[in-house]
Design a protein around this ligand. Structure first.
Ligand code: S3P
Length: 450
């Protein structure tokens, strides 16, 4: 995968963002469409599939398990001949999931009782991320999974999953120790293969694409609201999925870079088309609006169970805020670029309750604080967040640490910088946003890859 290529971004200062553009398809929905499409009965078509390395890793994994998958073609059209719940075959080798945490965490549940042994492996970053959070509940359900470091509290990849025709999972009533859609989805996907009922209670709402898509494929699921914060999702094992076409909306997490870029750069007026605005993903809109951003939504519609809209952003002076903690899981992937917005805001922005940022593709608190300090911003990291005082970006060289979202966040900072910003190690932008440089340039960001 691209971690071995050394690509740096050189972003020139100034400019503004304008026009209409469509960012690539949603990564979370793309992964899930391959997984559920493969397990369904019948043929299904995905349109707008994200052709990034992460979702392609999921696609290749299912091909390696014997699923016939055509595409993606240039329009992101993928056609899958579903093999049914029990039609996957043992692959010839370990599944290489590259940089993709979603592939590994969801597949841990989905593959825990297929009746064959399988190894899930990943790149250097993925092999250092905590997997105990998914292994633990699935082992409680009866799975046999060994991580490479079981003595290590985090439990890391490669993961060896053992199952044969005697493997039988049992439903579980599981309360998530952290607000994580990946852990929730892992347990629910294992629950499809378990005897009896599997329930997951989440401490705060997290993205619900798995639940929506399971229902779209005709799987019965019950979502109970326990109170304002928590919900409990229950399903019975042993059901079937019926093939259903999926139209993948544009990824709000990719749109977020442009939303912040247009907010901070004077003269900007940008419309992002057909963006997914699932209520469990719109923390970026809520947070930017609280900071004073000028954002309006139009053309709202429902596409295959997911709401989408066009999002128009015009420049506005932002102000610092204490980001409400209930927005953190709803904007969990957007904090690198929210940090850039905060650095351009008047006053202080405080982020708390975001310790999960320390175990993403990089430690995103440290990566953003280190980079912003190099660029002259007065900011500090805390155990669970950041304190950022608005200021001005100087020129400098920052390290993305091979983290796609750190790289794209710092590229947007150039719109408000006094001089050139160089960003190191950007090849992994291809994991979530192929074509970022071309799209960013077409809307007004002066950025090059070298
Ligand atoms: C994802 C869930 C989030 C997010 C990740 C994609 C998903 O992770 O950070 O990029 O598709 O379920 P957590 O659930 O671990 O917070």
């Amino acid at each position: 995968m691209s971690e071995h290529l050394l690509i740096n971004y050189i972003a020139q200062p100034g400019g503004h963002l304008s026009g209409q553009l469509r960012v690539p398809g949603d990564k979370s929905i793309s992964h899930r469409s391959i997984m559920l499409g493969s397990l369904s009965e019948g043929t299904m078509t995905i349109s707008g599939f994200l052709q990034g390395e992460d979702s392609l890793a999921t696609l290749k994994a299912f091909r390696a398990m014997g699923v016939e998958i055509q595409g993606p073609d240039e329009q992101g059209r993928v056609v899958i001949q579903g093999v049914g719940m029990h039609g996957l075959k043992k692959p010839d080798a370990a599944l290489d999931l590259g940089n993709s945490g979603t592939s590994m965490r969801l597949l841990t549940g989905l593959l825990s009782a297929q009746g064959f042994d399988i190894t899930l492996a990943g790149d250097h970053s993925l092999s250092s991320r905590p997997m105990k959070r998914v292994i633990d509940p699935v082992i409680q359900m009866g799975a046999d999974i060994k991580s490479s470091a079981n003595e290590n509290a985090a439990g890391t990849a490669p993961l060896n999953i053992h199952s044969d025709d005697k493997t039988q999972l049992t439903g579980i009533n599981y309360t998530l120790p952290m607000a994580s859609a990946q852990v929730k989805s892992c347990v629910l996907l294992a629950g499809l293969y378990a005897q009896g009922e599997t329930c997951v209670t989440e401490p705060a709402p997290t993205r619900d694409h798995t639940e929506r898509m399971l229902q779209g494929f005709g799987y019965q699921l019950e979502v109970k609201k326990l109170d304002d914060q928590r919900s409990k999702i229950c399903l019975q094992g042993g059901g079937q999925l019926t093939a259903c076409d999926i139209d993948v909306p544009s990824d709000i997490s990719s749109a977020a870079f442009f939303m912040v870029g247009a907010s901070i750069a004077e003269g900007s007026d940008l419309t992002l088309q057909h963006v997914g605005i699932n209520p469990t993903r719109i923390g970026i809109i809520n947070i930017l609006q609280q900071m004073g951003a000028d954002i309006s939504l139009s053309n709202k519609k429902d596409v295959g169970g997911e709401p989408v809209a066009d999002i128009r952003i015009r420049h506005a002076q932002l102000k610092g805020i204490h980001i409400p903690e209930d927005q953190v899981p709803l904007a969990i992937d957007e904090f690198p670029v929210i940090a850039i917005a905060a650095a351009c805001a008047q006053g202080q922005t405080i982020l708390t309750g975001a310790e999960e940022l320390r175990v993403k593709e990089s430690d995103r608190i440290q990566a953003m604080i280190d980079g912003m300090q190099i660029l002259g911003i007065d900011c500090e990291g805390t155990e669970d967040g950041m304190i950022i005082n608005g200021g001005e970006f100087n020129s400098g060289t920052v390290d993305s640490l091979g983290d796609h979202r750190i790289a794209m966040a710092f590229a947007m900072a150039a719109l408000k910088a006094k001089s050139t910003i160089t960003i190191k190690d950007c090849a992994n932008v291809n994991t979530s946003f192929p074509g970022f440089i071309a799209l960013a340039r077409s809307s007004g960001l002066q950025v090059d890859a070298q």
